[in-house]
Design a protein around this ligand. Structure first.
Ligand code: FES
Length: 286
């Protein structure tokens, strides 16, 4: 007669199934919210991503219980839900802090100071990548490009932008978050906790006063490329190329409209080398 691994008390490293259920009152509340989400889609399985945000808003991360709830609600297997929840980095798999502080260490932000910010925050907070401070306030992560490269280096807190950061400004910001002092993103809606953010990402309205209006639009640094593509005049150069600053010109204080970010405005590119014209090169003998 053979005995199973569980009878022998041997763990194979697999989670025990099924996951525990939510308390009745929590489940009833989530079921009401889930019905509202599922009703938005012609095919219920399309509701999986917002549903994962919904269960994340309950516990601050996607638990096995949350994945089981999603599977049961949508008629999927827990394996299918797990495959999706583990693919996207916006779903957390373990408990973490009220504020997810993500430092962009993708190429552009990294060279503009993102690597230095991340290293100094690790030391300042005493935590490593993906770890949470002992007070449960801040989870530090390095993150990939958030399409805000024109404001590099960028730090995101619960997916709100903090542009043009320095190690000092980032340390001040996490200190304020931990102390409960008001912290305002550079642009976009006011900050809220990670759980509240997850509920908004599930598709429920952000009912905080002024939050929707604060979303705003693209900033000047993001719009320069569009203006150039449309043939509109390039904005005034903020920083002269190295070695070309006028020697006797008075110090220039750029106006707010001129100062597009804390870094250089786009520079003219060099003219093409006439001996290497662009376009197809004729093969020898043609
Ligand atoms: S590289 Fe950091 S936002 Fe793009």
């Amino acid at each position: 007669m053979t005995t199973s691994s569980s009878e022998r008390g041997v763990s194979l490293g697999m989670p025990e199934l099924p996951a525990p259920d939510y308390p009745d009152d929590v489940r009833a509340r989530l079921e009401t919210d889930a019905r509202a989400i599922v009703a938005r889609y012609p095919d219920s399985r399309s509701a999986l991503l917002p549903l994962l945000h919904l269960v994340q808003s309950e516990e601050g991360h996607v638990t096995r219980t949350g994945m089981r709830f999603c599977a049961e609600t949508l008629g999927l297997t827990t394996a299918e839900v797990t495959a999706v929840a583990t693919f996207y980095t916006m779903y957390r798999r373990r408990p973490s802090g009220d504020y997810q502080v993500g430092v962009c260490t993708n190429t552009l932000c990294a060279v503009m100071g993102g690597d230095a910010i991340f290293e100094e925050l690790q030391e300042h907070l005493g935590v490593g990548n993906g770890e949470t401070t002992a007070d449960g306030k801040v989870t530090l992560e390095h993150i990939e490009c958030n399409a805000a490269c024109d404001y590099a280096p960028v730090v995101m807190v619960n997916w709100e932008f903090f542009d043009n950061q320095t190690p000092e400004s980032a340390k001040r910001m996490v200190d304020d978050l931990r102390a409960g002092r008001p912290v305002a993103p550079t642009r976009g809606a006011p900050l809220c906790t990670f759980k509240e953010t997850a509920r908004i990402l599930a598709g429920f309205p952000d009912e905080r006063e002024g939050a929707v209006e604060a979303t705003g639009s693209a900033g000047p640094a993001s719009l320069i490329g569009l203006k150039l593509a449309k043939g509109e005049a390039a904005p005034a150069r903020v920083v002269h190329p190295r070695g070309e600053a006028p020697q006797d010109a008075p110090p220039h204080e750029p106006s707010p409209a001129e100062h597009l970010s804390s870094h250089d405005a786009p520079q003219d590119t060099a003219a093409s080398d006439p001996s290497h014209p662009s376009g197809p090169v004729a093969e020898e003998g043609e």
